[in-house]
Each structure stands twice: as C-alpha cells, then as structure tokens.
Design a protein around this ligand. Structure first.
Ligand SMILES: [Zn+2]
Length: 134
C-alpha cells in the first residue's frame, strides 16, 4: 500500500481490473448483475456483480501511506445495501451487516448463488452519477 503515488494512481490500472465475464442480461450502460467465474479446476460458479463509481486516493497524514476515497457499490442482492470496499476490483468477502440478509438468491435459470461465496466488486469506467456543472 505504501508504494501508491496519489498523483499517478488509477483505479483502472491493469492490476486493479477484472476481466469481463458477464452472465445474463447486460443493461444499457454495459453493466451486468451476475458473472460466471471459472475456477482453476475447471468448475464454474456464478457470483453477483456490485458496481461502484471510480474512486481515488490521497496522501495520508501518515507519511508514505494513502487514504482511499472509495465509493459505494450498487445494492447487494443479499442485503439490498451498497457496500464500501478498498483498492482493487475482484472477488470479495461480503460486507453485509444486516442480520436479515438472504443466505441465497435464486436466478431466473434456477441457479442458486450463496452469500457465503461472496461477490465481485467492479469499478465503472465512467461514473453513473456524472454531474454537469452549470
Ligand atoms: Zn450485502
């Protein structure tokens, strides 16, 4: 973490990005809700996809460190809330704090996706809530 320079940091650097693997319908912004991940042993599994707007970093008050100015994801299918995650996209352990969250969600095709298996965090190339200055 100490190697990150806030002046040159990009959330879209290859090491922070995930290869695209949509599963099911993709909306007009090119975003999908589920994706299919192939494991090293050849088996496949479907995970929810949570999208967030681009985030940034700034120099921390601790020398050599950075603070992450992260953004909230789209609602999680298990708890219906957005989540906050740090630098880098990819598979994450769910941050659901709602005790009434669903343990599993069933897709239209009958696939069951489990909360315990986590979800994929992705950062949009363009912010969803782009503000136009007047
Ligand atoms: Zn959640």
């Amino acid at each position: 973490m100490s190697q990150i320079d806030p002046k040159t940091f990009s959330p879209f650097a290859p090491e922070y990005r995930e290869p695209d693997r949509p599963h099911g319908p993709v909306n007009e912004r090119g975003e999908w809700t589920w994706e299919l991940l192939e494991h090293r042993n050849g088996s496949t599994q479907i995970y929810p996809t949570l999208w967030r707007d681009p985030y940034a970093v700034r120099a921390s008050c601790i020398p050599g460190m950075v603070d992450v100015l992260t953004t909230k994801t789209t609602p999680c299918p298990f708890c219906r809330k957005g989540h906050i995650h740090g630098i880098g996209d990819g598979h994450r352990v769910p941050h659901c704090t709602d005790r009434r969250k669903k343990e599993a969600v069933t897709l239209d095709d009958g696939t069951v996706v489990y909360h315990k298996d986590g979800y994929i965090i992705r950062t949009r190339l363009t912010p969803k809530n782009k503000r136009t200055r007047r």
